[in-house]
Design a protein around this ligand. Structure first.
Ligand SMILES: [Zn+2]
Length: 438
């Protein structure tokens, strides 16, 4: 009972420390939003890394700036800068790492507030990246600061990273760091990614991805005599017909045990991201007519999201066999199928220490058990899992996922505070701070 009372007192102090930093948390999130780290092309990455370092160094963090030279998108004009900040404790122990991406997607149209103004209206902080995920980054920084104020003699280490390019695949960010050992199990034991999954949900992983390009071939001829050519667009029409009538009904039948949210994503899905056929679109401002030609090629990009119950090779074979069937049955049909990108599904075990530690913290702060979810799309956990070989990783952070990338994106101030309390308690739990002498 002595231990239980002791840890209850610690939890109460941590929650009070975070609550007392409410204004500081809002100011920090606003300052992060004000740095327009738009990706593409990847603006102000160095600026935001320096801002984070200036914030963390007074708390004893040692900051490393790592440029992902040679990564896709990296250039002297648009360098891919990342920061890894590490605060060593008083003795040996586990390391808890908070990883946030610093990039935001384009602003787009339809905003009623300044996207980089960080306005607070009715308890909501507005801005591009407010939810995805500068609110989460700010919450993790304030959680660490509050934890250090209460448990200055903790054992182990805390790391906070700000990484580039999550929105464009993470190759200039977490993948680059993982390849250089920053997520190796010897260095880091627990990873929390504060993506906007809601303050009461723990995200265990994501579905898999396969992007591919399908090209159909034809023969160019004059558009007034199409019978002299062979239309790649008509061949692609046959592909689309197969997708509609054979593949989609098949995918509808595949359900997963993964707790994917929203529920519509609890099965296999396929999107056709783009279609291009025939002559290129005229340049903007060109006022002439297009030329009459039979299309000699047509391409689509497919985005197949698959389940932990499916294998990537089966997923690919399904599409390949559909195209081969068309090649057998349809005169003149020929195709190319090119892989563009693939990610294997991942799901952290519910018994994993980081899941358990954050779950206990959610229970304490919010008075209810968390909901366990899986993301329909991927995020940087894929690199930590596949390259870093670190399984003890989740996404947990404030904000509503549906608001990400939308106009008038916002994060609730109260949600940020409560998520920061959960993170501070999770730090104490995972670093076993209740045993630290004071
Ligand atoms: Zn994000």
């Amino acid at each position: 009972m002595e231990t239980a009372r002791h840890s209850e007192a610690l939890e109460a102090r941590l929650m009070a420390e975070v609550a007392a930093r409410r204004e500081a948390l809002v100011e920090l999130a606003r300052a992060l939003i004000a740095i327009p780290t738009l990706n593409p092309p990847g603006r102000h990455y160095r600026d935001i890394c320096e801002f984070i370092a200036a914030r963390l160094e007074p708390s004893g963090f040692v900051c490393e700036f790592i440029r992902a030279e040679g990564a896709p998108g990296d250039s002297d004009r648009w360098p891919r800068w990342n920061i890894v900040a590490r605060r060593e404790g008083a003795g040996p122990g586990d390391c808890v790492h908070f990883n946030s991406h610093t990039d935001v997607v384009e602003v787009g149209h339809g905003w009623s507030v300044d996207p980089f103004g960080g306005e607070v209206i009715d308890g909501r902080l507005y801005g591009r990246g407010a939810a995805d995920m500068k609110g989460g980054l700010a919450a993790s920084i304030v959680a660490a600061e509050a934890f250090l104020a209460v448990c200055p003699d903790f054992a182990g280490a805390i790391e906070i990273s700000g990484t580039a390019d999550e929105e464009s695949g993470g190759y200039g960010g977490v993948a680059h760091l993982a390849e250089r050992g920053y997520f190796s199990p010897e260095r880091v034991q627990h990873v929390i990614i504060p993506e906007p999954l809601n303050k009461d949900r723990i995200c265990l992983g994501h579905r898999g991805v396969w992007w591919a390009e399908i090209e159909t071939k034809g023969r160019i001829a004059h558009g007034s005599m199409p019978f002299l050519g062979d239309s790649a667009i008509r061949h692609m029409g046959a592909v689309l017909h197969e997708i509609e009538t054979w593949l989609y009904p098949l995918l509808e039948t595949r359900h997963t045990a993964m707790p994917v949210v929203p529920e519509g994503a609890r099965r296999s899905t396929l999107n056709i991201n783009s279609i291009h056929g025939g002559e290129p679109e005229p340049e903007e401002g060109f006022t002439g007519f297009p030329a009459p030609c039979v299309a000699d090629r047509c391409r689509i990009v497919i985005d197949r999201r698959f389940l932990i119950e499916e294998s990537l090779s089966e997923v690919k074979h399904e599409v390949l066999s559909m195209l081969e069937r068309l090649a057998r049955e349809r005169p003149g049909f020929s195709f190319e199928l090119r892989d563009l990108h693939e990610v294997i599904p991942t799901m952290t075990d519910r018994d994993a220490p980081v899941v358990q530690g954050v779950a206990r913290a959610v229970q304490t702060v919010l008075g209810r058990a968390p909901e366990y979810v899986v993301s329909p799309g991927t995020y940087d956990q894929k690199h930590i899992d596949r390259i870093g070989r670190l399984k003890n990783c989740i996404a947990y952070g404030p904000g509503i996922l549906d608001l990400a990338h939308q106009p008038d994106e916002w994060v609730g101030v109260e949600d940020m505070v409560e998520a920061a309390q959960v993170m501070a308690l999770a730090l104490a739990d995972l670093l076993r701070a209740e045993r630290t002498p004071r």
